[in-house]
Design a protein around this ligand. Structure first.
Ligand code: BTN
Length: 240
């Protein structure tokens, strides 16, 4: 893998975006840092990024614009990480679209940013994983959050985790490029929380109330609205 590791950076997303001209377009480039001073989450939120305890990574790659199910790339990374944790003997769950939870608490988040060109798309897929963060640092985060260490009672090796994640994601991405999200659909849906439950959903502008019905084969979410209509959404956020 092409790996750029930084001691400190504002955000690995912003670094990757401003250095994209230097990257090899047909390979995955991974930018990581020991700490981020302006770590960013979805919906303009801050991503708490203390030094040396967590994994902060942006995967950059280029993908043809006609790629099937492109809107579900972030869900693909979510699934790669969740399946890695399952192989480590843990019981991860997914809060659609891309939060990985352990014991109903968030341990990782994903931010997918894209730059469209005529024939291809530059993808900046950022993942933050709370690895060895301890309880006091976690209590500063608003959401119910946790870390791998807190849930397993042991320290995790950050470099080793990145290597495994990279390998898993690279394999999954190669399959995704050929077959889209469909091969991952069943496994992803099996890990979903709140299936069949009444939820509040925010699409970035407006909040909806509905029953979380199912996941479509391309990774989108279907909600059953109070008037009986089905509503399919590709991004946004489920609120508690
Ligand atoms: C979220 O759940 O809101 C997404 C969080 C994404 C955080 C990662 S950490 C590495 C990369 N750099 C950033 O500034 N954000 C992403």
């Amino acid at each position: 893998m092409i790996h750029i590791h930084l001691d400190t950076v504002d955000s690995t997303q912003d670094y990757a975006k401003s250095h994209v001209g230097e990257f090899v377009p047909d390979r995955i480039t991974c930018v990581t840092a020991d700490e981020q001073t302006k770590g960013r989450g979805r919906f303009q939120r801050k991503w708490v990024s203390p030094r040396g305890v967590n994994l902060y990574a942006t995967f950059y790659f280029r993908i043809p614009s006609h790629t099937l199910h492109l809107v579900s790339l972030a869900q693909l990374m979510t699934y790669s990480f969740a399946s890695l944790l399952a192989r480590e003997g843990l019981e991860p769950k997914i809060k659609w679209p891309n939060d990985v939870l352990l014991n109903r608490k968030k341990v990782s988040g994903i931010l997918c940013e894209t730059v469209f060109h005529r024939d291809f798309v530059d993808i900046f897929l950022g993942i933050g994983i709370n690895v060895n963060m301890d309880a006091s640092a976690l209590s500063g985060i608003e959401l119910p959050a946790s870390s791998l260490k807190k849930e397993t009672g042991r320290d995790w090796e950050i470099k080793g985790l990145l290597k495994k994640l990279y390998k898993q994601f690279e394999e999954d991405l190669n399959r995704f490029k050929k077959e889209g999200f469909t091969p991952f659909h069943k496994g992803f849906e099996d890990l979903l929380i709140l299936k069949g439950e009444q939820i509040r959903y925010f699409d970035g502008k407006k909040e909806w109330i509905g029953r979380l019905q199912s996941l479509t084969a391309d990774g989108q979410l279907t909600l059953l609205l109070p008037d009986g209509m089905l509503h399919t959404v590709s991004s946004g956020e489920i609120r508690h």
